[in-house]
Design a binder for this molecule. Structure first.
Ligand code: AKG
Ligand code: MN
Length: 219
């Protein structure tokens, strides 16, 4: 499964999907622990959840600051949590809304396989291939030392890139499919960054949910 491009190793996870391997896959990332469940939700569940979340979420578009200039974030977001503590990332402070019935249902299903309880979920709506999420780690101090992130995808498939922070030759690509779940735990956020790049070809929307655990006490 390794494709060699000069000194850079790229693991093309599209190959896994085209082989119709629907079993969970432990990603072969050094210094990380990440497990991908290609069909965690059925097609029917995924279509229903996409429809409800797309139409019922109070989506917002915040501004981000890059090199002193302000830009609208290239996607829409919403935050839900089990209390009213704010969550800050990339200079944006968000106040959570209480979990909806749909989000509670999804959270319970994810918690069964994750064996942890999540406190918070950040929703991203990528309206089409012009929307994106730049290189970052989910390593805000509120998430503690080894953050446990459960990332759910509904809607159109999008590529997800990972790069090692120290070893610049280690880069991986994974196709995040409709109805999939990606668990990232242990030192993944410490050693790796991820991004969801733009793609000119994509005209359809995708909704992503990243379940997180906010540690208490936080300030
Ligand atoms: O949309 C995705 O798959 C990635 C989302 C993400 O990295 C984030 O919200 O922190
Ligand atoms: Mn992230």
């Amino acid at each position: 499964m390794h494709l060699w491009f000069g000194p850079i190793t790229i693991l093309d996870m599209e190959l896994f999907s085209s082989e119709k391997n629907r079993e969970p896959i432990k990603l072969p990332l050094p210094d990380a622990e990440a497990i991908y469940y290609p069909s965690f939700f059925t097609l029917e569940e995924s279509a229903l959840y996409f429809e409800i979340l797309n139409s019922k979420t109070p989506w917002q578009q915040d501004d981000i600051k890059l090199f002193g200039k302000t830009y609208p974030q290239p996607r829409l977001t919403a935050l839900y949590g089990d209390d009213d503590k704010s969550y800050s990332y990339s200079g944006i402070e968000m106040l959570p809304k209480p979990f909806s019935k749909t989000l509670k249902e999804i959270k319970l299903k994810i918690e069964k396989v994750s064996e942890v309880k999540f406190t918070t979920v950040l929703l991203n709506l990528y309206r089409d291939g012009n929307d994106s999420n730049g290189w970052h780690s989910d390593d805000e101090k509120e998430l503690g030392i080894n953050p446990f992130i459960a990332s759910v995808s509904f809607g159109t498939n999008r590529m997800f890139h990972l790069k090692h922070k120290q070893d610049k030759n280690l880069r991986y690509k994974l196709l995040l499919e409709n109805g999939s779940l990606l668990l990232m735990k242990e030192a993944t956020q410490h050693n790796w960054q991820h991004q969801l790049p733009k793609s000119k070809k994509i005209k359809e929307s995708r909704i992503n949910l990243t379940f997180r655990i906010l540690k208490k006490p936080y300030n």
